[in-house]
Design a protein around this ligand. Structure first.
Ligand code: BUP
Length: 457
């Protein structure tokens, strides 16, 4: 193991969607150089806390550096998302973290790799200490292009947000733009604009994507069509899963999957942070029942996992679990999604399109039915549809005046996806190309090797 060579320090942000790709990158880099990963404590969710302790005990070569956040005064942000508050807390503690990193590290720091949500504080700080600062962009290259271009659009637009034509790329329809950005007073909006501006100040951007998913976007970003003077963009994805024991719960899942026919099961999950309304959960249940397909459904009703106390029976309606018991498994809590997606019984994925979920489906060649809701998810769903990895029913929502998606419609679309053999073959081809990218000789693997080399004396 190379405990010599450059020393890269990785600083993730809050939420499994951010922590997961950082752990994966840390694990891959630890085969190539000396790596430290900062643990932000306390974590917002229990999943993050279990993941950190399991990760560091499984990867002793990755050094842990703890950042204990001081209590954060959130009174200026009433009703704010707890993950957002944590981003703010980390940004406020950045000067202290930087000083401690530079004085207490066992080895001089060659470069930082930070999360985009920490760029406001970390990019200028790293510059002032003369340390190269890279951003690991944990969302899609499509979202990166949007994030890079949005400040230019915003500064030249006086009216409400409309469709946005990204320079050198495609039009992003207004309905796809993250909801918060429609409101200039939303706490997220100025941070997003500042983060977009900071992208150009970083020494380079690593993106968890690959050519088979987003070639045209990567080309436009690298050729500086999106933003003149944009730093080098290295596609390093799909980042490979880390090898750690199951985090918790849902142990009945694997034996159940083992009993199902090949490619017969629809896996249904809406990520670690999206809470679906209870009425929509009921419709989804009825839709899965109506599809006639086998299904494995991970149900979640709250934004933070430890707040979720609802009983399944009460949530899904009387008799549902009994009716579907021969072909559906419904679980609450954490499952090892990456493992499930590579199980031979899994043939389709109904997903909120958090970017990690999309890259995991791509890596294992599993076709998707995209049902995005918040933040960058609609932009990611566009990647799913354009690449051929899956389909996206754009009018589906569960918010606002559009109302719920009916069981009827869900059942129909799920059935269609599972019957579509052409789509299955396209997804499998994407999977093969994605796997190749991550092996020696593949673009993502070699991109990382090249990056590490660039820091060697
Ligand atoms: Br839920 C769940 N098991 O039960 P995304 C999630 N995951 O392994 P998110 C599990 O968490 P944002 C579970 O495989 C993925 O790596 C999943 O990240 C894993 O969505 C990660 O897909 C979830 O990016 O984040 O957490 O909603 O949308 O903010 O990126």
């Amino acid at each position: 193991k190379p405990l010599t060579g450059p020393h890269l320090v990785l600083i993730p942000s809050a939420g499994m969607g951010h922590l997961t790709p950082f752990s994966r990158l840390a694990a891959s880099l630890s085969d190539l150089c000396h790596v430290t990963m900062v643990s932000i404590l306390p974590t917002v969710s229990s999943a993050e806390s279990s993941h950190l302790s399991d990760f560091f005990s499984s990867y002793p070569d990755v050094h842990s550096f703890k950042l204990e956040l001081p209590p954060f005064d959130s009174s200026a942000y009433p009703n704010a998302d707890p993950f957002f508050l944590c981003f703010e807390g980390i940004n406020q503690s950045a000067p202290d973290l930087m000083t401690r990193l530079l004085t207490k590290s066992s080895k001089p720091v060659s470069a930082l790799i930070i999360d985009i949500t920490l760029s406001t504080s970390m990019v200028p700080l790293a510059k002032s200490f003369g340390i190269p600062c890279y951003i690991l962009f944990t969302a899609s290259a499509a979202m990166l292009s949007f994030c890079a271009y949005f400040p230019t659009y915003y500064d030249s637009n006086s009216g409400p947000i409309g469709d946005i034509q990204i320079n050198g790329l495609r039009m992003v329809p207004v309905a796809t733009i993250p909801q918060a950005l429609h409101n200039p007073k939303h706490i997220f909006t100025p941070l997003f604009i500042q983060n977009g501006k900071n992208l150009s100040k970083a020494d380079g951007i690593l993106v968890n994507t690959c050519e088979s998913l987003e070639k045209d976007t990567l080309v436009a970003l690298r050729d500086a069509h999106v933003q003149p003077g944009f730093p080098p963009v290295v596609a390093v994805g799909p980042l490979l899963p880390v090898n750690i024991p199951a985090i918790s719960g849902a142990s009945e899942v694997s034996p159940w999957l083992d009993m199902q026919p090949e490619k017969s099961v629809v896996y249904v999950s809406f990520g670690s942070r999206t809470a679906m309304p209870k009425e929509q959960i009921r419709e989804l249940g009825l839709g899965l029942e109506a599809s006639g397909c086998q299904f494995l459904w991970v149900v979640k009703t709250t934004v933070v996992d430890s707040h979720d106390n609802t009983e399944l029976e009460e949530l899904l309606g009387e008799g549902f679990l009994e009716r579907v018991k021969d072909r559906g498994l419904v679980v609450k809590g954490w499952v090892e999604q990456e493992e499930l997606l590579q199980h031979k019984a899994v043939g389709g994925f109904v997903s909120h399109c958090g970017w990690n979920s999309v890259t995991e489906a791509a890596l294992h060649g599993v076709r998707m039915l995209a049902w995005p809701q918040l933040g960058d998810q609609r932009i990611n769903a566009g990647v799913v549809a354009r690449s051929g990895l899956g389909v996206w029913e754009e009018k589906w929502s569960w918010e606002g005046e559009k109302g719920l998606v009916s069981a009827d419609e869900i059942g129909k679309r799920v059935k269609e996806m599972m019957a579509d053999r052409r789509q299955m073959a396209t997804a499998q081809k994407i999977g093969e190309e994605a796997q190749m990218a991550t092996r020696p000789g593949g673009a993502s693997y070699e991109g990382l090797v090249e990056l590490v080399r660039s820091f060697e004396g």
